[in-house]
Design a protein around this ligand. Structure first.
Ligand SMILES: [Mn+2]
Length: 346
């Protein structure tokens, strides 16, 4: 079903009661469905990303709809589901529980010695498993209707269930991860489904993932480094330091981009942790790290992926923070619009 756009003025002012980007679509007539996941239970530092989907909707009304590279993409329809209030409430409760637990282990105490804390940790882990199951069901439902699907976090633990649903739909594919971190930690801080373990978890559980390409990493631990070295090139990480040094020594971004893309399989899932960008663009993200990409630098890679004939099968955007002046959400909504256009432009 196509939406009737005859009454819609894409050059006009957005109507606030409309959906994302002020677009006049609904769940039936939109080709792309975005699933918001208001979840940041395992985030130990700054809170806020669970509220990002609601904030991004408001900020998105300021995004102009003309994208010179794929000017008709949005006309295929973009619709974001309502934020699920039950998931959000569960997040708020479990985030507090997890804070108690993290404060406890940060004092050097052992969880094995404290029954109360063992129960808290169990509750957090079960809650995260429930969220994964919920995301799986939500995204699978839409994929079964032949919709294009994307996920908006929340923290970076949120896409686990979505990636599972995609392995069932597409079989083998690669993940392109934009991130300041590797997220390859095994059970970070005793948490089964931490934002710092998302790539470890999906690589462990879904052999369909043939390649993990990480770009912009600049904060990682020795175990993660060893994981990459022992992966037999299944995980390829372009560290920020290496990328910067290569450009200092005269290599162009075009050369580096071509090299990156040549190692990617035909089908690609994009996992975009906004902290891969320079923190000037995401100051309130959960774990900001100095350095990082400019938005256009990453968009250039995406554009080249499309022109190389590869297919983008879905994406998540996670870790967007919220701020009093709306800056993080403003950037987040622009990254999101570009990703939506890419997904629809094929
Ligand atoms: Mn991440």
């Amino acid at each position: 079903m196509m939406a009737d756009l005859s009454q819609f003025d894409p050059n006009g002012v957005s109507i606030p009661n409309n959906n994302l980007f002020g677009l006049p679509f609904n769940e039936n007539d939109a080709q792309l469905i975005i699933i918001p996941v208001p979840w940041e239970v395992t985030v130990s530092s700054k809170a806020g990303t669970a509220r990002a989907p609601e904030h991004i909707i408001s900020a998105s009304l300021q995004v102009d709809l003309y994208d010179s590279e794929c000017s008709n993409s949005w006309k295929k329809g973009i619709f974001m589901n309502q934020v699920d209030k039950k998931i959000l409430l569960k997040n708020d409760y479990l985030r507090k529980e997890n804070e108690l637990y993290l404060n406890f282990i940060n004092t050097g105490e052992k969880v094995e010695t404290n029954k109360f804390m063992q129960r808290t940790l169990k509750e957090v882990n079960e809650g995260c498993a429930m969220m994964n199951e919920w995301v799986y069901t939500q995204t699978k439902q839409q994929l079964d209707k032949d919709k294009k699907v994307a996920l908006l976090g929340g923290d970076h633990s949120t896409p686990y269930g979505f990636i599972k649903a995609l392995t069932e739909k597409h079989g083998s594919f690669g993940i392109l991860q934009i991130d300041a971190h590797c997220d390859l930690r095994k059970s970070y801080e005793g948490l089964d489904f931490s934002h710092g373990s998302i790539m470890y978890n999906v690589l462990r559980d879904f052999p369909q993932i043939s390649k993990l390409m990480q770009l912009g990493v600049r904060d990682y631990c020795e175990a993660e480094w060893n994981y990459i070295c022992n992966s037999e090139f299944k995980v390829i990480t372009y560290f920020e330091k290496e990328l910067k040094e290569r450009t200092y020594e005269g290599q162009t971004w075009q050369q580096i981009t071509d090299e990156i893309i040549s190692q990617l399989p035909d089908k690609i899932y994009i996992s975009y942790d906004i902290d891969g960008l320079d923190p000037k663009l995401c100051p309130h993200t959960g774990t900001p790290v100095p350095g990082g990409f400019d938005m256009e630098q990453v968009n250039y890679i995406f554009k080249k992926i499309i022109t190389s004939g590869r297919e983008i099968i879905g994406f998540d955007l996670s870790e967007t923070g919220i701020s009093s002046d709306g800056w993080d959400e403003n950037v987040g909504s622009r990254v999101l619009f570009k990703l939506c256009n890419l997904l629809l432009n094929q």
